[in-house]
Design a protein around this ligand. Structure first.
Ligand code: ZN
Length: 264
């Protein structure tokens, strides 16, 4: 569930950031697909490493416990008994419980009540990695499908709108399953999701405008240069770039025609 959330939010933000930088539709798609794969792999790697090291720690703890049970049976009885007393049993009953549990499965009783390791939750790194990567990929696929379906002009409103909706729905489902308030959970995730997308899109727009302006300047200083971004990008809000636009067209009219002919 958490992985799917991450997948939706990070992929949608990525798509919006690249789209806000005036990338072409296919470039936005490539960035989104790369984001899906990178995110899923990073989730898998992170999960594998963390679960594996947790498994290593558990195994070492169990080894130590096994050795202690062999060398200090009385001390181990007392240790377990103390745990039950701390949890509220009187000492006679605690002693009885410790004795019976240890007669049944000494290592299991210590693992569960002293170390906090239960057999059901014992770590499985591969499964955990696959589950994380899978849920991230499913989440990431949602904004990507939208990105593939809507025209370039509609990318930003559609991807952000549907992704926030997906996030809110997912959170609502999780909250309902957990018995928490559906509205509060959905509102919270919508707020943070919108913030993440707005920041990424803002940074994308900033970099996109800056790199287009830089390209325009270098094209202006080098006659016959192959870049004519000022004529391509109609969405530029930078006034200095706008002023360069017509000048470029006049100075490099011939070159521009040649380049457009080649590039189209
Ligand atoms: Zn012990």
């Amino acid at each position: 569930m958490l992985g799917a959330n991450d997948g939706i939010l990070s992929t949608a933000s990525l798509v919006l950031g690249v789209a806000a930088a005036h990338a072409t539709h296919s470039n936005v798609m490539v960035a989104g697909v790369a984001g899906l794969v990178a995110g899923a792999m990073s989730m898998a790697a992170g999960e594998y490493v963390s679960v594996h090291s947790q498994a290593d720690t558990e195994r070492a703890d169990l080894e130590l416990e096994r050795a202690e049970l062999k060398t200090d049976d009385e001390g181990e009885h007392k240790g377990l008994m103390a745990i039950y007393v701390a949890r509220g049993l009187d000492s006679r009953l605690a002693k009885q419980v410790a004795e019976q549990l240890m007669a049944h499965d000494a290592l299991g009783a210590h693992a569960q009540d002293e170390l906090g390791i239960s057999a059901a939750f014992s770590a499985r790194p591969i499964q955990a990695a696959l589950a994380s990567a899978g849920s991230f990929a499913v989440g990431a696929a949602l904004p990507l499908v939208i990105t593939g379906m809507v025209p370039q002009a509609g990318l930003i409103p559609f991807v952000s709108g549907t992704s926030l909706l997906f996030l809110a729905l997912l959170r609502g489902l999780a909250a309902r399953a957990g018995g928490a308030s559906v509205t509060v959970g959905a509102l919270r995730v919508t707020f943070w999701g919108a913030l993440a997308m707005a920041v990424t899109a803002g940074v994308g727009a900033l970099f996109g405008t800056r790199s287009a302006a830089t390209a325009a300047f270098s094209a202006n200083s080098a006659p016959g240069a192959t870049e004519h971004p000022a004529r391509h990008s109609t969405g530029l809000r930078n006034s200095s770039t706008r002023r360069i636009g017509p000048a470029l067209a006049v100075i490099h009219g011939e070159g521009a025609k040649r380049c457009f002919g080649q590039s189209v």
